[in-house]
Design a protein around this ligand. Sequence first.
Ligand SMILES: [Zn+2]
Length: 163
Amino acid sequence: MARTRLNPMLSKINRSYTVEEVARTYGLNRETVRRWLRVGGLSAIDDRRPALIQGVTLRVFLAARRQAAKQPTPPGMLHCFGCRAGRPPALGMADYLRPDGAGPGNLRALCEACGTIMNRRARWAVVPAILPGIEVRVVEQAGRIAERPTPPVTVTSSKDGNP
Ligand SMILES: [Zn+2]
């Protein structure tokens, strides 16, 4: 989804806007504005219909959104260097490579859009916050040679070989 730059200053602080007017002012779909009102954190003046949004509220909301867009990756996504954007893990699945010591491990998933491997260093405790609702499989470092393409690992000895 293309991220549209919305200038918060387009709305006038001393007037109120209907959903239609917000949509028209910013060139948005009305459904987008309604979604912001329902779940996006945009507040109408009161519960009356049609909903009216104060210009100043709209400005603050859009400025906060713009600020959030500057942050590298929203929850539920990892940064994909192929897409140069945050992307959800393919199939809603990710691996967590447990660290050898006490440091952070490595969260790894395939980009849903282009298949690039996405990595993020993270402590296990924050993994649910980074990828809420994603099925994360814990992989021991020794189990690195999983079914996913990884950099080559040099195997120096084989323990299960015949004498
Ligand atoms: Zn990608």
